[in-house]
Design a protein around this ligand. Sequence first.
Ligand code: PLP
Length: 395
Amino acid sequence: MNLQPYTAHALMDITARPPTVFVKGEGSWLWDQSGKRYLDFVQGWAVNCLGHSPPAVADAVSRQARQLITPSPAYYNAIAIELAAKLTKLSGLDRVFFTNCGAEANEGAIKLARKYGALHRNGAYEIITFEGAFHGRTLATMSASGKKAFELLFEPKVPGFPKAQLNDMASVRRCIGPKTVAIMLEPIQGEAGVLATSDQFLRDLRSLTEECGLLLMLDEIQTGIGRTGKMFHYEHVGITPDILTLGKGLGGGVPLAALLATEAASCFAHGDQGGTFNGNPLMCAAGIAVLDEVSQPEFLSGVTQKGEELTASIAKLAKRYGLGEVRGRGLLQALALDKPLAAEVAANAFEAGLLLNAPRPDTLRFMPSLTLTQSEIKQMVAILDDVMADMRGGS
Ligand code: PLP
């Protein structure tokens, strides 16, 4: 049964959505109201790292809901303390502030860097960010983003985010001035179409920020929590940032994100930061369940292995249809098409029972559950193959 237009009318119309209502999810699969099953390679936008409704998260949340949902952030709760301790141990950073979404974590990170500039760098407040970046949808994080479509929206923007080009150190150096306090970036620009920073670029940024006394801020909201085969992408590179933001996979599907900082960068004073729901035990219980699974070495090596299988399978398809490159790391990957037909491919795939994302007119993105199986990779490729064959036949 499709959604009748009047039933969704009470929702603000903020994006184009297919007239389908999802009612159930399990692992890599979603079911709509009519009982039709879909293989999900979107997974809540790279959120459901353990798949839909994973038992570990469902159990942790229902157990915690009966115990304590929220005592207010004005008081300690044992679950937030436990999750913060796990995150600091895994990340090598020292302090955590929990938030409800990635944009809020980045907004907090921007405030923290500005506070650091006020205290230690003569009032410096500029944060160098990158063309193509996506850091969220609050006004400051939209201003920090380098997304073309944001350029003319909600003017005037928050000032203080000069833009450099990815993998171009000279462009970064050109942006540095007396007001610079930090450099902020995603190790892989997911929303821009899975565009990776080179490992060397990240190392060079780490050296440059140390040399100039600037903070290095990594937005690992999409790349963190095992997505690229390491707990955090920066582990591939052998660096540690001063400020780190996490979200998406951290809650395994529930709204949980975090801002982490080294002791030296952690300079909020009482009253600088807060929020009603921040660090509530209900969401933090989900975070603990996620970390307990994802941080296992065999889980992470499984992500790497499945990532290689996914790359090889997509590359075969790309060869068959004369498409472009396959790029990404672990289970965050993209396929460049030869024509700007990505939205049409994604729409046809949806009809055929496969959820895929088209972040750019000529790019498909794959961000499945980290728990997906080899057989699900094969099923995805088989559906996409049929879709491509139909489109070629019809063109
Ligand atoms: N930063 C990055 C790299 C993201 O990919 C996203 C979301 O796609 C965000 C920030 C914003 O996170 P949220 O949508 O949870 O606010």
